[in-house]
Design a protein around this ligand. Structure first.
Ligand SMILES: [Zn+2]
Length: 488
């Protein structure tokens, strides 16, 4: 997060005047009408469902009675990683064989020509015009119609860090590229980001099939299981197999990837097939990258807090809610959540500054690292959002409150995004960048964030729903926060 200087802000304001009336009306005006009144539309949200499927917390991974797929794999060592990968491809083949004709004008799905297993730590071989030595990756190679994976490092690392379904997710993504070449849902000169978003979306569609219990090989819980799969999305990358797959950062932010996965999971492969550059650029706000070298780390201190408080007041002003007092002193309520807590009787948000500073540590592989500055300030925003809900007469202590909160934090963040296409007219002088939004996603997928928690700190138990609520706020602004997430 960072502050913009007055000078550049003024310039920006002049440039975006023509757009501002429309953009702000769409993003902010809804908030005055929706949040401050009693919701009139019943939400489509259910605390016992994930995108229409029951919330489950059973096992995720290979089914105990799964068959062994007889697919030939070149270079295999017949070890457990290759067995997992081979069964994943067989399962994904079965999925596409069943849905491909109804999705793509009756066409039949043809499996890829060749599967290759290699060890990135072993002697290299030529694959898709590249030497595989040291290539820790999995990839689809269009000219050869092959899918290859590194059984030596990549697959075991994914399995260790995220569980076996992470390996399945990577292969579902690569097979998504095979699908898009077969169905011609992308053109060879399409932007890499469109291809990547579509592959993530196709992977999401396949995972719904697994979550519905239709897979012969795998099972996944819609609670923790899907959580882990969404966690892995930001780790998978394509191999340098073909030049047009090599654009740096073209895979999308974690936010973009999770969005595409959720679209596939929620709406099926037809939604993925509709993805083109227009669609992708319209719904992501995140093409904008802060100018290289510019500091985007807003320290958690008095000055930073002041800027965030001002920004929250600006974004939520139209709700008419009395802004809460933000203090680093003791909570005036007995009830206390860390690192921030909201006391409804005094309309006060009290903060534990050292705890916030720990969360604001840059993310790293260390166990004690934090999520970054945005993740810390988003927790402050979440308690602020409770005060807006209180003013609107909404309950603060049920699962709908947690999701409304995540949605409103998302809406606040979305209003601070600036993109180079100028589609957004950001509010105030605080800006967030793609990395910030990703910190929010990471914190939401974790176990201990307040971003999707009610006033007692009780987090909505399903990661998929937490991220979805935040995403809807980022993309659509404040209006859906109270309509979609109204009390049951
Ligand atoms: Zn890809």
């Amino acid at each position: 997060m960072s502050r913009v200087s007055t000078r550049s802000r003024q310039r920006k304001r002049v440039l975006s005047t023509a757009l501002s009336a429309f953009t702000c009306a769409a993003l902010v005006a809804g908030c005055a009408q929706q949040i401050s009144g009693v919701p009139t539309t019943m939400g489509s949200y259910s605390t016992t469902e994930v995108a229409g499927l029951p919330v489950t917390n059973g096992p995720s991974g290979p089914k105990p009675d799964a068959p062994d797929a007889p697919l030939p794999v070149d270079g295999t060592d017949n070890g457990p990683m290759d067995r997992l990968a081979r069964n994943a491809v067989a399962d994904i083949d079965e999925y596409w064989s069943s849905v491909f004709p109804e999705t793509f004008d009756g066409k039949r799905f043809v499996p890829v020509k060749r599967l290759v297993s290699y060890d990135s730590g072993g002697p290299g071989q030529q694959l898709c015009g590249e030497n595989t030595a040291g290539v820790v990756n999995a990839f689809y190679c269009p000219p050869d119609d092959l899918v290859a994976w590194d059984r030596g490092t990549l697959l075991p690392e994914l399995d260790n860090s995220f569980g076996p379904m992470a390996v399945v997710a990577v292969l579902a993504h690569e097979m998504g590229h095979a699908v898009q070449h077969r169905a011609r849902t992308v053109k060879p000169d399409d932007q890499v980001i469109v291809m990547e978003q579509q592959a993530d979306c196709f992977a999401g569609a396949y995972f719904r099939y697994v979550a519905e219990g239709s897979s012969r090989y795998f099972q996944i819980s819609t609670g923790k299981g899907l959580n882990e799969v969404m966690g892995v999305l930001s780790f998978i990358r394509d191999a340098p197999g073909k030049s047009d797959f090599m654009g740096s950062n073209a895979h999308g932010s974690a936010f973009d990837r999770v969005t595409a996965f959720q679209y596939g999971f929620d709406e099926g492969p037809q939604r993925c097939a509709k993805m083109d550059f227009d669609d992708v650029s319209r719904r992501t706000t995140l093409f904008g990258s802060w100018k290289a070298g510019q500091d985007t780390d807003l320290p958690v201190d008095e000055r930073g807090l002041e800027a965030v408080e001002k920004s929250l007041q600006e974004v939520f002003r139209d709700t008419g809610a009395e802004p809460p007092t933000i203090t680093t002193g003791q909570s005036s309520c007995g009830r206390r959540t860390t690192p921030a807590s909201y006391c409804a009787s005094t309309n006060t948000v009290s903060l534990d500054l050292p705890a916030l500073q720990r969360i604001a540590q840059p993310p790293s592989k260390e166990a004690e690292s934090g999520y970054g500055d945005f993740a810390a300030y988003a927790q402050v925003a979440s308690r602020y959002a409770l005060s807006v809900q209180k003013a609107a007469g909404l309950p603060l202590d049920d699962p709908a409150a947690g999701l409304r909160t995540a949605c409103m934090v998302g809406a606040w963040s979305g209003l601070l995004v600036e993109d180079p296409i100028g589609k957004r007219n950001p509010v105030g002088s605080l800006r967030v960048v793609a990395e910030d939004i990703d910190e929010g996603v990471a914190a939401l997928l974790g176990e201990d964030s307040l971003i999707a928690a009610d006033v007692n700190g009780k987090q909505v138990p399903v990661g998929f729903a937490r991220v979805e609520a935040f995403r809807i706020g980022v993309q659509e602004g404040m209006a859906p926060c109270s309509t979609k997430y109204s009390a049951p």
